[in-house]
Design a protein around this ligand. Structure first.
Ligand SMILES: [Zn+2]
Ligand SMILES: [Zn+2]
Length: 280
């Protein structure tokens, strides 16, 4: 099959466990046609997973060096997973637009509170603390703020695809099991994907939590809606370890086929194209 691609991957420049080249070698070994490097972008405050701003020139040089080195064996693309941090700092900011990148991922990992930005892509215990400390113990308030922030990012643009479009569902479901089946949540999700379709955005199906939690982002239950709205989809593993470059990909494609999807988006010759989902 020729759907072996992955454009959401990390490395030692952020919170990945190996060098960019180690990931690329594994992708070649598995017969990938293309591979995108997308470390967590620098942000204006310290975290232990975002790239340092000072490392950005070396990152760009390294990806471009590897691109040349493996030319003819695999197409390598240089990307970044860029955090949306309000109108002033996001994928559409001139700083990110002027970087020599092949593509940009727009992601939300932080929500703005009166005390600044707070990470909601955390361990469940810390997430619980966040709900009580910044959202009056009201999970619905946090979830609404998350999707509102996502929609602000989508409205602002500047990226090629939306990263893990409903990742909050994982921590929200551990805080309140069954939350994604509640009426208000479902109607919020509907409104959200309709907005994405109206903005003609591409999204990823992120397979990172498939192995451990049997979860895709967006969740499996939304695949039918996404297909019905004709939202273009790219399948990515959000890889942090070389052995996981293809993790969950076949499962996602299988589930997509059963919802009527026939194509996925892939990069070829520098362009996003629709590629038929081959036999699995
Ligand atoms: Zn992410
Ligand atoms: Zn990521």
């Amino acid at each position: 099959m020729d759907n072996l691609t992955n454009y959401h991957t990390h490395s030692l420049y952020c919170d990945g466990s190996a060098s960019i080249e180690d990931f690329v070698k594994e992708a070649i070994r598995q017969g990938f046609s293309s591979y995108g490097v997308s470390s967590h972008s620098p942000i204006p405050f310290d975290t232990c997973w975002n790239m340092n701003r000072g490392d950005l020139p070396a990152y760009l040089d390294e990806v471009h060096f590897i691109k040349k080195k493996y030319e003819g064996r695999i197409e390598i693309y240089c990307g970044l997973e860029i955090d949306y941090l309000g109108a002033e700092y996001n994928p559409s900011s001139p700083f990110f637009q002027e970087l020599p990148l092949d593509y940009r991922i727009g992601s939300v990992h932080f929500l703005k509170t009166e005390e600044g930005y707070v990470d909601i892509d955390t361990a469940p215990e810390q997430f619980k603390e966040t709900v009580f400390r910044y959202f009056d113990g009201n999970i619905r308030k946090l979830v609404e703020k998350y999707f509102d922030t996502m929609m602000q990012m989508i409205d602002t643009g500047g990226f090629d695809f939306v990263g893990h479009a409903d990742k909050v569902s994982m921590n929200a479901s551990s805080f309140l099991p069954g939350i994604t089946r509640e009426h208000w949540y479902k109607s919020l999700i509907h409104e959200y994907f309709e907005f994405i379709a109206q903005k003609e955005c591409m999204i990823e199906i992120n397979t990172k939590a498939w192995r451990s939690k049997r979860l895709f982002f967006p969740n499996r239950e939304h695949f039918g809606l996404i297909h019905k709205l004709h939202i273009p989809v790219v399948v990515n593993a959000d890889t942090h370890h070389p052995s996981l470059v293809n993790d969950g990909r076949f499962d996602a494609l299988k589930e997509m086929l059963s919802e009527g999807f026939t194509h996925v988006r892939q990069l070829s010759g520098g362009q996003w194209i629709n590629v038929e989902i081959g036999s699995l």
